[in-house]
Design a protein around this ligand. Structure first.
Ligand code: 13P
Length: 260
């Protein structure tokens, strides 16, 4: 079955690369990713906040703007205010950020983000014309206790609460099993497909068939050049959210070019 959804491959750099290193990486990517790949796949990179302006300036400074979309890893849900250390979604939109990750497991587990906060961020990101990448995923203990379905369903339903079917059709969900993040232990393509299929069914139940057909669902967790093609071949996997391998230009470009 041919997928109608254009895949989105996103590089989440997490807290890696200062703005000098970021510039080198994005320059390499702009040479390594081919026009054919850009035609077939949407690409976003999510550097640390301190790199965003440098990367944005580079992407638009070439005679032909480079079609790598700028992404952020996180934002606050208010536009301005007394929130020391937080970053406004309005400021990200002003920097031409296109995608913002919301509810990454590291934000939930390390910084205590709740489903309600994640939902408020999703609304804020959309309010500013950007696209949320809403993350969900279970821990190893939850998987072993057969709680994957309940955990992921709960996160998706809570994260999407209050949105319209049209909004949901245009956004991105990312299934990232926590036990597969940074561990080298990828979910098998059958397991990843199983949960991504479940996520689409949850969307269909809440928002209808059109929203379910439109929403793009990424898999994340130890995606590498060697496993990208098999994951991407699954009917409900529409892209990848890549951590470690996105820090290496050759590896990330090979993941983006997974079709060859
Ligand atoms: P790794 O690709 O390093 O496992 O990280 C996945 C991730 O958390 C992307 O958001």
């Amino acid at each position: 079955m041919t997928k109608v959804r254009k895949p989105l491959i996103s590089g989440n750099w997490k807290m890696h690369h200062n703005h000098f290193e970021a510039l080198q990486l994005v320059q390499k990517l702009s040479y390594l990713i081919t026009p054919d790949d850009f035609a077939a796949v949407d690409v976003s990179i999510h550097p640390p906040f301190t790199d965003l302006r440098t990367v944005q300036t580079y992407l638009i400074s070439e005679k032909e703007p480079i079609p790598i979309a700028l992404g952020a890893q996180h934002c606050h849900y208010d536009d301005t205010g007394a929130f020391t250390g937080e970053v406004s979604p309005a400021f990200l939109a002003k920097l031409e950020v296109a995608y913002v990750i919301a509810g990454h497991s590291e934000r939930r587990e390390v910084f205590g983000e709740t489903d309600e906060q994640v939902n408020a961020k999703v609304h804020a990101i959309l309010r500013h014309g950007m696209t949320p990448i809403l993350c969900c995923g279970e821990t190893l203990e939850e998987r072993e206790a057969s709680h994957t379905e309940a955990k992921v369903t709960g996160q998706v339903e809570a994260g999407l609460a209050g949105l319209t079917a049209d909004q949901v059709a245009g956004l991105v969900l990312a299934y990232e099993p926590i036990w597969a993040i940074g561990t080298g232990r990828t979910a098998s393509s059958e397991d990843a497909q199983g949960v991504c299929g479940l996520v689409r069914t949850v969307v269909e139940g809440r928002f209808g068939a059109e929203a379910a057909a439109g929403v793009r669902i990424q898999y994340g967790g130890s995606v590498k050049p060697t496993n990208a093609a098999e994951l991407m071949a699954q009917p409900d996997i529409d892209g990848a959210l890549v951590g470690g391998a996105s820090l290496d230009a050759d590896d990330f470009a090979r993941i983006v070019g997974y079709r060859s």
